[in-house]
Write a protein that binds this ligand. Structure first.
Ligand SMILES: NC(=O)C1=CN([C@@H]2O[C@H](COP(=O)(O)OP(=O)(O)OC[C@H]3O[C@@H](n4cnc5c(N)ncnc54)[C@H](O)[C@@H]3O)[C@@H](O)[C@H]2O)[C@@H](O)CC1
Ligand SMILES: Nc1ncnc2c1ncn2[C@@H]1O[C@H](COP(=O)(O)OP(=O)(O)O)[C@@H](O)[C@H]1O
Length: 308
């Protein structure tokens, strides 16, 4: 099969791919309710970064599921959210049976993000499988630890002996947002090999797992299971900062809640994140701006990109 080259994700392309816009009389429900399952005792900040970014991308309503020990602080830091405290494992993960509790929200939320700042791979993977069963009809983004669902590093026997991980595929596409280090870990390849051929790596992962894959880096490559391929060049090295990927995941989840496809949310999310980095570099300097400052740039950029 001939392979088409990657399409450049630039403002002109995004203009031809407009985001769903609410009517002037739309209430918050019309812009979507996003559920973010994220954070742990050691990384509560990742949940805060991702969840706030979802609202900055225009989602109307936000619920966060996080480790019970940090839920009250998260609720105080993010008063716009409903925060559900979930039982914790000894290894600081969210207990897998939390999928049942969160499942009460099925039918009430429009997009699901799982993974930023989560710990305990085994419980996380079981939790994700439980969430996939319950939220299969809405768009799902798996980031960070939650991506281990495609191939757990440790203790797969704890999960389901019948699963052949080499054959694992999502029953319907989800969105994955690995950096090269994560994709290396998930595929068993060397990070250098991924970095040398990111287009091939993203496309192979998308086809293998039946996922839309955003392979993050200075150039971010976006691949769909049907072989479609985009790339985004923009932003700057200041975006390579702790928590930046958590913000990107939140922006994309917010766009998904507004009614975009997985591909469109990833394309717009990557472009908005890069443009936010460019704004911050102009205002603050090329390095040293903080991940927590990225999301606040997004509303104005949405206006600019949508209006061009
Ligand atoms: N405030 C917080 O609570 C934060 C939590 N974070 C969470 O920390 C967890 C682990 O993050 P990391 O992936 O940085 O884990 P690691 O720092 O453990 O990195 C894993 C591997 O990937 C490589 N790697 C890291 N970043 C890379 C990149 N941008 N490109 C290529 N290779 C890269 C590393 O060299 C390493 O081999 C995630 O759950 C994330 O959500 C981080 O996002 C930082 C902020
Ligand atoms: N040199 C660069 N130019 C543009 N964007 C970059 C550059 N380096 C990293 N990025 C972007 O910054 C983000 C970093 O995400 P990630 O590595 O997951 O961070 P973290 O895990 O610390 O939150 C990605 O979206 C990546 O594409």
């Amino acid at each position: 099969m001939s392979r088409l080259p990657a399409t450049e994700l630039n403002p002109a392309l995004l203009r031809r791919w407009p985001l769903p816009q609410p009517g002037f009389d739309g209430d918050k429900e019309t812009r979507g309710h996003v559920l973010v399952v994220a954070g742990s005792a050691e990384m509560p900040g990742a949940a805060l970064l991702a969840a706030e970014a979802a609202l900055r991308a225009g989602a109307g309503k936000l619920t966060v599921g996080t480790a019970a020990s940090v839920a009250p602080q998260l609720g105080t830091a993010l008063p716009e959210a409903r925060v559900i405290g979930l039982g914790e494992t000894a290894a600081h993960g969210v207990q897998a049976d939390s999928a049942r509790r969160l499942g009460e929200l099925a039918g009430k939320v429009d997009a699901l993000l799982v993974g930023p700042g989560m710990q305990d791979e085994a419980s996380c993977v079981e939790l994700v499988h439980g969430l996939l069963e319950r939220f299969g009809s809405i768009p799902i983004l798996l980031d960070a630890q939650a991506m281990c669902t495609v191939h757990p590093r440790r203790e797969p026997h704890l999960l389901d002996e019948a699963v052949d991980w080499e054959q694992f595929r999502f029953p319907s596409p989800v969105l994955l947002t690995p950096h090269a280090g994560e994709l290396a870990r998930l595929t068993g390849k060397e990070r250098a090999a991924i970095e040398q051929a990111p287009h091939d790596a993203a496309r192979a992962a998308a086809e293998r797992w039946n996922a839309v894959v955003a392979l993050k880096g200075a150039t971010t490559v976006l691949a769909a299971p049907d072989g479609s391929l985009w790339q985004h060049q923009g932003g700057n090295a200041g975006l390579a900062i702790s928590g930046s990927g958590d913000v990107l995941a939140g922006i994309i989840a917010g766009l998904l809640a507004r009614g975009t496809t997985l591909e469109q949310a990833a394309a717009w999310g990557v472009a908005l994140h890069g443009a936010a980095g460019e704004q911050l570099a102009l205002r603050c300097g090329p390095l040293g701006y903080l991940a927590r400052e990225i999301a606040a740039e997004v509303p104005a950029l949405l206006r600019v990109l949508a209006a061009q």
